[in-house]
Design a protein around this ligand. Structure first.
Ligand code: AMP
Length: 289
């Protein structure tokens, strides 16, 4: 596995030093790799000849009071992880070269960045869009593999790719979960035992919502109420939002129909977690007389 640690290095690699044929698959990450990241890498291997992973904790997507400095950075472990997964190239850009002093450009995706995560983390998606534009421009992959775990982020990157005519296909991969159902996240390792136990409540709430839809409930208000009973009463958990929205526009719904997204964010002490479920609402079949 080749490791490139400079921006110049990746540019040289892409111009001729790198693979001249075959499909390039790219998995952008912030490191502290887990089974969720593994599934993206494995998906990339299925369709691409060359698989590139980036490790970069992007300061632009953290708010001033968020966990940028506390975010785990087990570089050695991540390198071994990627080697074992047969990654062809690891890109680990240094912060100062990636954003040199005087850096002043940022990318904004307007509508999709506004609700949910955008409301709670006002500069987050601008940071995500900026880093992704830079990474896609440097690596120029044919396919980029992103997780459903960060559904709003993945949707926003799809929009960015479309709007800027970037020649890359965005592949959304399913959320991988720990045995109790908690979605794998680099932040899970920061949870103390009691809070780790409670962390799965968000997923349970989403599952309740899904069940209610399957039972035939179509009022989003009623579905949300059912979801809330699972989570709103636990003193360890601070609920940031729990919502039912359109799977493409992310607008909140009154009545569920078609493909809907149940999503939420909670805080357990200093750790913030997000999760979602996509549900296909069956159309009512008319009864025979
Ligand atoms: P991160 O390192 O958290 O920035 O995540 C890098 C990529 O991995 C993003 O596209 C995430 O959506 C994806 N990802 C994170 N957790 C999971 C998971 N549990 N299952 C699938 N993909 C994930």
């Amino acid at each position: 596995m080749r490791i490139i640690r400079t921006v110049r290095g990746i540019q040289t690699w892409r111009k001729g030093d790198g693979p001249q044929q075959g499909t390039i698959g790219f998995v952008p990450t912030m490191g502290a790799l887990h089974a969720g990241h593994r599934s993206l890498i494995q998906q990339a291997h299925k369709t691409c000849q060359t698989v590139i992973v980036s490790l970069f904790v992007n300061p632009l997507q953290f708010g001033p009071t968020e966990d940028f400095t506390r975010y785990p950075r087990p570089l050695q472990k991540d390198t071994t992880f990627c080697r074992r997964e047969g990654v062809d190239m690891l890109f680990v850009p240094p912060l100062k070269e990636f954003y040199p002093s005087g850096f002043q450009t940022s990318i904004t995706v307007s509508r999709l960045a506004q609700p949910w995560e955008g409301e709670r983390r006002p500069t987050h998606f601008q940071g995500v869009a900026t880093v992704m534009t830079k990474l896609l421009n440097l690596i120029k992959p044919d396919l980029v593999f992103l997780g459903q775990k960060d559904y709003q982020q993945t949707l926003l990157i799809k929009q960015l790719v479309q709007d800027l005519n970037l020649e890359v296909k965005v592949v959304m991969c399913p959320t991988i979960r720990e045995p109790d159902g908690l979605a794998y996240s680099s932040r899970n390792q920061c949870l103390p035992p009691l809070q780790r136990q409670k962390a799965v409540l968000l997923y349970h709430a989403l599952q309740r919502g899904e069940k209610a839809i399957k039972k035939g409930i179509r009022s989003a208000g009623k579905i949300r109420q059912t979801m809330l009973t699972k989570i709103a009463t636990d003193r360890q958990v601070t609920l940031e939002y729990l919502a039912i929205c359109h799977a493409v526009t992310l607008e909140p719904l009154r009545q569920v129909k078609g493909r809907v997204l149940l999503l939420g964010a909670i805080r357990l002490g200093k750790v913030r977690l997000i999760d979602n479920l996509l549900v296909h609402v069956p159309t009512r079949t008319s009864r025979k007389p």
